[in-house]
Design a protein around this ligand. Structure first.
Ligand SMILES: Cc1cc2nc3c(=O)[nH]c(=O)nc-3n(C[C@H](O)[C@H](O)[C@H](O)COP(=O)(O)O)c2cc1C
Length: 186
């Protein structure tokens, strides 16, 4: 697939077949993440690949979080995004969850976060290229400390996650702002 096709075809997928994805294919996708550019070439990412029960445990932490925080968040007039529970259910459905951790070095916070964005988008595009679906996930940050502890990676910070699997849906392209409305020339 040409790059432009993958860019245009990629969608956030929220319904997956339960069919497993081979280690070889996952390594191919992870390798495309690894090849992304990074600020100062720091390559601040670390991947942990979860399947089956341990993946579902992470999703359950997110669901528990929405339950436990309802009251205290209400008092603070804050709202846990309703998407957290929905995203947790997508995580359960998809056969694979890639966790993307960031090196805990706040001197490089902005650069490292930008670099991780490039890395994850490379993986999303490669997944599209291979006929797979992906969902880039931020909603996991509410339980980032618990997940890091569960996996013995308190030295790292969970930045985001990526569900991968065979898509069970074909969403239309979501709306985008017109180019003319988001640029100016001098
Ligand atoms: C950094 C980032 C975090 C996201 N986090 C979530 C998430 O936690 N849950 C979810 O359902 N979608 C998440 N999305 C998907 C966006 O909702 C989606 O990209 C957007 O609505 C545009 O749709 P599209 O990806 O199909 O073009 C995230 C996307 C990005 C780039």
């Amino acid at each position: 697939m040409k790059t432009i096709e993958a860019i245009k075809k990629r969608r956030s997928i929220r319904s997956f077949s339960s069919k497993n994805i081979s280690k070889k294919i996952l390594e191919n996708i992870l390798n495309c993440g690894r090849l992304a550019p990074s600020a100062k070439n720091r390559q601040p990412w670390y991947f942990v690949i979860l399947k089956n029960d341990i993946k579902n445990e992470v999703a359950n932490l997110m669901i528990d979080y929405t339950k436990n925080n309802d009251e205290s968040m209400e008092r603070k007039k804050l709202k846990v995004p309703s998407s957290v529970k929905e995203t947790a259910n997508v995580i359960k459905q998809a056969p694979v969850l890639i966790l993307i951790f960031r090196e805990k070095d706040d001197n490089w916070l902005v650069g490292d976060n930008l670099s991780i964005g490039a890395c994850v988008e490379n993986m999303c595009l490669r997944a599209t290229d291979l006929g797979l679906g992906s969902l880039w996930i931020r909603d996991i940050v509410y339980v980032s400390d618990q997940v890091a502890k569960m996996l013995g990676h308190e030295d790292l910070e969970l930045n985001c996650a990526l569900s991968i699997g065979i898509p069970n849906q074909k969403p239309k392209q979501r709306p985008r702002k017109e180019l003319k409305d988001i640029m100016e020339w001098y």
